[in-house]
Design a binder for this molecule. Structure first.
Ligand SMILES: [Zn+2]
Length: 138
């Protein structure tokens, strides 16, 4: 049995592309070598001040909401967001991991959304929007 999950990270500073590429490779290394998951997709979308990342992983075992939040913390998700998410999980909120809820405006295949946590506007391409707005456990 293979389980698939999407990890969502909110990073509030955007260094140059070389740093981000190194950051991306380090996340993949931790997920695959330390935890044994398979990274299937890794999307990075720049926001006004920082960037957001969606990491699609495949796992042999089922992961709980707490597992997902802990992984996001380990991978560098904003600590205050992790804390708020832990509260939401404790309170039984199924939609706890949402980064954004609605599209602000759209230009060609790009969608602009506002992050629910940091308030930054994020330009996204269509597939990420569909995934995020599709609901479920993301
Ligand atoms: Zn954000």
């Amino acid at each position: 049995m293979t389980y698939r999950y999407v990890l969502k990270l909110d990073i509030d500073w955007r260094p140059d592309d070389g740093w981000i590429e190194e950051w991306r490779r380090a996340r993949v290394l931790v997920l695959e070598k330390m935890y044994g998951y398979r990274v299937e997709h890794f999307y990075i979308a720049p926001s006004q001040r920082g960037f957001h990342a969606w990491i699609h992983i495949a796992s042999k075992k089922r992961l709980s909401d707490e597992d997902i939040n802990r992984l996001q913390f380990v991978l560098g998700d904003d600590a205050t967001r992790c804390k708020i998410n832990a509260e939401k999980i404790k309170n039984g909120l199924s939609d706890w991991n949402r980064l954004f809820s609605r599209v602000i405006w759209r230009r060609k295949s790009k969608y602009y959304v506002r992050c629910e946590y940091c308030g930054n506007v994020i330009p996204l391409v269509g597939f990420v929007r569909k995934e995020e707005c599709g609901g479920g456990d993301g």
